[in-house]
Design a protein around this ligand. Structure first.
Ligand SMILES: [Zn+2]
Length: 86
């Protein structure tokens, strides 16, 4: 059997405001998307706006997003059902 099961945990990735004077701001999608066509075009960019100071910035993805990361030693309580050692 070559199937293996890897426990994962879910994390949310947030983008903090790049304004040094804005300590608590988080960047959230403003709803505007930039798409450039023709030569030199790239992937769409999503405009975000800081909920605290109103600064806008464009990213290639929207924040926040969730992703799965492998469980490492920082979560020792999650083991396989057999309780095998690594
Ligand atoms: Zn801000």
């Amino acid at each position: 059997m070559s199937e293996i099961e890897i426990p994962l945990r879910v994390v949310r990735v947030e983008r903090r405001c790049a304004n040094a004077l804005c300590v608590s701001g988080k960047m959230l999608p403003s709803g505007n998307v930039s798409v450039s066509l023709g030569e030199g075009s790239g992937p769409p960019m999503y405009e975000h706006k800081c909920g605290h100071c109103g600064r806008t910035q464009k990213f290639y993805q929207t924040y926040p997003f969730t992703k799965y990361v492998e469980d490492k030693e920082d979560a020792p309580d999650i083991k396989t059902s057999k309780g095998r050692q690594r």
